[in-house]
Write a protein that binds this ligand. Structure first.
Ligand SMILES: [Zn+2]
Length: 134
């Protein structure tokens, strides 16, 4: 069993072209000058395709259209999610960098404080040593 999705266009017999109405009228009653437009124009029933969709063909076409639309929507959603994930990642990285910079600065400050205290302790020890020597 075969299911036809398309059928030959009855109007143009599958050619896709028909004689234009002006030329048709002139051929039927050839008086006066011939029409200036093209004699053959795209068939208006099949839009120049030469075939039309059967009922089943239209149903399949509808199914394809809906599937494609749903797919496009999912793709669009996936793009949105990807963009959001990238944004979150950049925010996280920025925060990490800020925290690290803060910790480095804090550690440096603590080291400077410790150095300062050591210097003062040394001075106090020197003074004590000198006073004892007197
Ligand atoms: Zn046709």
């Amino acid at each position: 069993m075969s299911i036809a999705l398309t059928a030959e266009c009855a109007l143009c017999s599958g050619i896709g072209l028909v004689v234009s109405p002006e030329w048709m009228a002139w051929h039927t009653k050839p008086h006066g000058p011939a029409p200036t437009g093209p004699e053959e124009v795209p068939c208006h029933d099949c839009r120049g395709a030469g075939y039309i969709l059967t009922d089943i063909g239209r149903a399949v076409q509808g199914l394809i259209d809906r599937t494609m639309a749903a797919h496009a929507q999912r793709e669009h959603q996936a793009d949105d999610y990807r963009a959001e994930a990238a944004w979150r990642e950049s925010v996280r990285r920025e925060r990490e960098e800020r925290d690290r910079d803060y910790q480095i600065a804090e550690t440096r400050r603590m080291a400077e404080d410790a150095e300062e205290r050591a210097r003062k302790a040394e001075l106090v020890a020197e003074q004590a040593w000198r006073m004892r020597g007197l």
